[in-house]
Design a binder for this molecule. Structure first.
Ligand code: ZN
Length: 461
């Protein structure tokens, strides 16, 4: 007998299609896929009312700990669950990863209601030297390098070792890790020093000013450097949070050549939705949001498969840090709860992007790229991480209902069409009708996911 039968659903198979039917769950795993009319006994039967039943989202890009280090796993995992996210990757950075990883993982296991994994942020020679040891001890085989913390910009944050030598030796090390992949923040911070002063001196305080002080070609130049060196180092690399058409064109060029290892491309929800017309300084983020032609180009790449993954770059700080002007505001904003509503509103409804493609970039491709076992697809034996989605449900974004430590949303007041109505993590329902269920507070239940297993580098199409 099944634990749960979700019937009368439109089941979304990432990259593949949508099929009417039912999904059976037993012991936290998907146990059966049934055609319409077929049935099996279950302790709980749920009528999905022909809504989309998708694999739970796996957000590849979040910054838990940037709001409140003590409570972000609790609050941000709840916010994630409301948005249909059942697993999140969060960046972990510290002077010595050997010492900090265990306690950070334990905090997550105690507080998170969704499953989670880490990418290591690499900023020093010590990190490079201890990378293999940490990867093996903790099952972390994805990493990020911050080209925008070179020189003065890095020194202000306490990073003094970031240069191209460290980048290249990091690539050489990552290439030796089973399933290893190096993400890179691409923004030429040295040229920003030449471009920023006149923009600032002109007294500008709009998002176009933020774009002008770090324009698309500073991203594109770094994309080339990372992609080119990664090929020479035989390192699998990922251009994370790609923001511009110019940068995308460089990835097209790099991928047109034979490569020693794949080059992946990730973008974030805001680059598929926001432009420099958005309110400032709430919309300040690195890399900056761009123009409409960039948004259109990135959507084209999501639709045709060149962009393989979409993340939130969720930063759950308070609104008070977003001002008073664009030069002093913090960069980044919360977004984990609104990934799916934005992709459905802007992609599925407005641009006719198939729901199975949206599922691919938010679940199956993330799982494949980062070696996540048993997640990302709806198939027998997989974890029953599921989200039920009403594509026609319209709601105004209200940060007060999103449960984040953060108290604002860059999307607040906007009507989005397409919201989750239920979220299950390994067969346990944690969200119903836009509310996190009461028992989740006492027993969050999320788990750290170590990642090993076979490396498959071809995302679903
Ligand atoms: Zn970044």
């Amino acid at each position: 007998m099944l634990d749960i039968l979700l019937h009368n659903a439109r089941i979304v198979f990432p990259g593949d299609g949508v099929v009417p039917g039912a999904v059976g769950v037993k012991d936290g795993r998907i146990a059966a896929l049934l055609a319409p009319g077929e049935t099996e006994a279950a302790a709980e039967v749920i009528d999905c009312a022909e809504q989309f039943l998708m694999p739970g989202l796996i957000d590849p890009h979040t910054h838990f700990g940037f709001g409140s280090n003590d409570t972000d796993f609790r609050t941000e995992s709840r916010s994630a669950a409301l948005g249909g996210v059942t697993m999140a990757f969060t960046f972990h950075r510290s002077p010595d990863l050997r010492e900090s990883t265990g306690p950070w993982r334990d905090r997550g296991n105690a507080q998170s209601c969704i499953d989670f994994a880490f990418h290591y942020g690499l900023t020093s020679q010590l990190h490079v030297e201890t990378l293999k040891e940490c990867a093996e001890s903790f099952g972390v085989n994805s990493f990020k390098f911050y080209l925008m913390y070179k020189g003065e910009a890095g020194a202000a944050k306490g990073f003094t070792e970031i240069d191209d030598a460290l980048l290249f030796s990091t690539m050489q090390q990552v290439a030796r890790i089973k399933g290893g992949v190096l993400g890179a923040h691409c923004e030429n911070v040295e040229v920003i020093r030449a471009l920023r002063p006149p923009v600032k001196a002109a007294g500008r305080d709009d998002l176009k000013a933020w774009d002008d002080q770090s324009p698309d070609y500073l991203e594109a130049e770094n994309v080339f450097r990372v992609g080119y060196f990664a090929d020479k180092a035989e390192c699998r690399a990922n251009i994370v949070h790609l923001s511009s058409r110019e940068g995308l064109e460089v990835t097209d060029y790099l991928r047109s050549k034979p490569r020693s290892a794949p080059l992946h491309v990730e973008t974030c929800t805001h680059y598929l939705f926001m432009t420099t017309d958005w309110p400032s300084p709430v919309g300040k983020v690195n890399p900056p949001v761009r123009g409409q032609r960039d948004v259109d180009a990135l959507w084209q790449a999501v639709a045709d498969g060149r962009i393989e993954t979409v993340g939130s770059d969720h930063v759950p700080r308070k609104r008070a840090t977003k001002g008073p002007d664009i030069w002093t505001a913090t960069a980044g904003f919360p977004g984990i709860a609104t990934v799916l509503p934005i992709l459905i509103t802007e992609g599925y409804h407005r641009r006719r992007v198939p729901i199975e493609r949206i599922a691919a970039v938010t679940s199956a491709n993330v799982a494949r790229q980062y070696n996540v076992p048993n997640k990302g697809r709806i198939a027998p034996g997989m974890d029953a991480d599921l989200v039920l989605v009403d594509p026609d449900c319209e709601r105004v974004v209200d940060p007060a209902t999103l449960e984040s430590f953060s108290d604002y949303s860059p999307y607040e007041g906007r009507t989005l069409k397409g919201w989750p109505t239920g979220t299950w993590v390994r067969g346990r329902r944690i969200v119903a009708d836009g509310t996190v269920l009461a028992d989740v507070a006492d027993t969050p239940g999320g788990r750290f996911v170590p990642r090993w297993g076979d490396l498959s580098t071809r995302p679903a199409n």
